[in-house]
Every structure is written in structure tokens, then in C-alpha cells.
Design a protein around this ligand. Structure first.
Ligand code: B12
Length: 220
């Protein structure tokens, strides 16, 4: 049963059908499926496949946009469910999040925001195409513990370094930690630009943030 629904979720994203994705997300909630499993095993598998097809020229931009819309529609339904599951937990720290300057990808960043928020972190989401100055100003304003910078394009990964450099210059680091993520980000890049950590997905981002706050692994 689960396999079938995961397969249908994946297909709804590949087909770029927000209505179908919404219907499947609602079904997942109705049958009590873990919302994170629905994302990871279903919808996200679809967007990854679509991205690969786009990368090798088998899919064009309008279709990729439709896939992204379907993905957003599914997450919109699942997000309250994820937040509900985490609402009883303690406050772990303040995190300023955003996508680097010039980059409009936000599906993964939003997922990270949802998971961290559901797990007890206070999230200040600056959205997409955020400048280093905006990151620094927000971190100072809210007295952030962690700044998280997402970048999906090889060209905007330089923006992650620019934010870390700006945090260094502002004197906020090393107290404020800087973490990065995005499909092309590697541990080598994270080390090269002096980030305090990176992760490949939202679950690992949670472990990373907890570790930086001196907390153990999540028990849930
Ligand atoms: C969806 C998508 C789009 C959508 C974005 C919609 C949106 N609102 O986000 C649209 C269609 C608009 C789009 C546009 C473009 N895209 Co695009 N896109 C993708 C795609 C298919 C999926 C990205 C995604 O959402 N993945 C699903 C999420 C869940 O995964 P994720 O983003 O990796 O996030 C996870 C982790 O990385 C991590 N993480 C992410 N951020 C952070 C931050 C922190 C702090 C931490 C700790 C962790 C973390 O946790 C997340 C959750 O698990 C990727 C392909 C891919 N395989 O990544 C291409 C891809 C990124 N796009 C690409 C390109 C080229 C473009 C365009 C330039 C196309 C064009 N010619 O216009 C434009 C860019 C415009 C711009 N200036 O930004 C290329 C990039 C190539 C490169 N290496 O630079 C890719 C790789 C496709 C490809 N194979 O060619 N895109």
C-alpha cells in the first residue's frame, strides 16, 4: 500500500500535477503516514528525477516549473502536519535561513526550515536571493545562534562564502555558527569556505544544528 502511494506521489511531481500532488498529500495525512516519509520517499524522489531529466535535456524548463509547483502544493499540505508533530518540544535556538544572492531555489530550504521549526528551533526565513548584508543584519537583530545558507547553483555557491566572510567581518562569528546546504554542496566546499557544517538533507540539518547547539541526537 505505502509503496503504491509513494510511487503515485513521485509520479505526480514528474507529471507536474499540483492537484494530484495535493490529493495524495491529503491522503497521506488521512491515513496517518509520516509526513517526512511522504516527502522523502514520495514527492522528493519525483523532483530529483525531474531535475535529472532536466539536466540531461530530457525535460524543459516549463515542465520543471510545473514539477516544482506540484512539489510546493504537496509540501503546503504536509507542512502543518510536520509542525504539529514537533510543537510540544523545547526551544533549541535561533536560526536565520535564506537562499544565497542570485538563487531562487527554495524548496529544500523551506523543508529545512519546516523540520528545524518542527523540532524546536526558532526560524527567521529571509527567503530567496538574500545578500550577505541582509544575513548579517538579521543575525544581529535577532541575536541568532546559527545562520543557514542554501545554494543550488554552482554560480551562487560563491554567495555562501560571501555570507561567511561578511559574518566574520561583522565580528558575529565564531559565536554565530554558519551552516550551508544545497544539491551541489560538498564537505570539501564547506571546509574550503570555513563553514561550521553542511548537510545533504533536512534530517541531517537537524542533527547538525542540534550538535552545534551542544544538544545530543534527536530522540523522535
Ligand atoms: C525545482 C528546481 C527548480 C525550480 C525551483 C523552484 C523553487 N521555488 O525552488 C525552478 C524551475 C524555478 C528552477 C529554476 C532554475 N534552475 Co533549477 N532545479 C530544480 C531541481 C529540479 C530540484 C531542486 C529541489 O527543489 N530539490 C528538492 C529539495 C528537497 O532538495 P534540495 O534543494 O537539494 O534541498 C535539500 C538539501 O540540499 C539540503 N539543503 C538545502 N538547502 C539547505 C540549507 C542548509 C543551511 C542546510 C543545512 C541544508 C540544506 O536539505 C534540503 C532538504 O532535504 C534541481 C535539480 C536537483 N537535483 O537539485 C534543479 C537545478 C538546481 N536547477 C538548475 C538550473 C540550471 C536552474 C536555472 C538556472 C534554469 C534556467 N535556465 O533558468 C534556474 C535558476 C534560476 C535562479 N536564478 O535561481 C541546475 C543547476 C546546475 C548547476 N550545477 O548550477 C539543477 C541542478 C538542474 C540540472 N540538473 O541542471 N529550478
Amino acid at each position: 500500500m505505502s509503496d503504491q502511494i509513494f510511487q503515485a506521489m513521485r509520479q505526480s511531481i514528474i507529471d507536474g500535477t499540483p492537484d494530484k500532488a495535493t490529493e495524495l498529500a491529503r491522503e497521506a495525512v488521512a491515513i496517518g503516514l509520516d509526513p517526512l516519509e511522504a516527502v522523502n520517499l514520495g514527492f522528493a524522489a519525483g523532483i530529483k528525477f525531474a531535475g535529472d531529466q532536466f539536466g540531461c535535456g530530457e525535460m524543459f524548463l516549463p515542465d520543471l516549473l510545473a514539477s516544482a509547483e506540484a512539489m510546493k502544493a504537496a509540501i503546503k499540505i504536509l507542512e502543518p502536519e510536520m509542525l504539529k508533530r514537533g510543537s510540544e518540544r523545547e526551544t533549541l535556538g535561533k536560526i536565520v535561513l535564506g537562499t544565497a544572492r542570485g538563487d531562487i531555489h527554495d524548496i529544500g530550504k523551506n523543508l529545512v526550515a519546516t523540520i528545524l521549526s518542527a523540532s524546536g528551533f526558532q526560524i527567521f526565513d529571509l527567503g530567496t536571493s538574500v545578500t550577505p548584508e541582509q544575513f548579517v543584519a538579521k543575525a544581529r537583530e535577532v541575536d541568532a545562534d546559527i545562520v543557514g545558507i542554501s545554494a543550488l547553483l554552482t554560480t551562487t555557491m560563491a554567495g555562501q562564502k560571501a555570507v561567511i566572510d561578511a559574518l566574520d567581518r561583522s565580528g558575529l562569528r565564531p559565536r554565530v555558527k554558519a551552516i550551508i546546504g544545497g544539491a551541489a554542496v560538498t564537505s570539501k566546499w564547506a571546509a574550503e569556505i570555513g563553514a561550521d557544517g553542511f548537510s545533504r538533507n533536512a534530517i541531517d540539518a537537524l542533527e547538525l544544528a542540534r550538535n552545534l547547539m551542544g544538544k545530543g541526537p534527536a530522540s523522535a
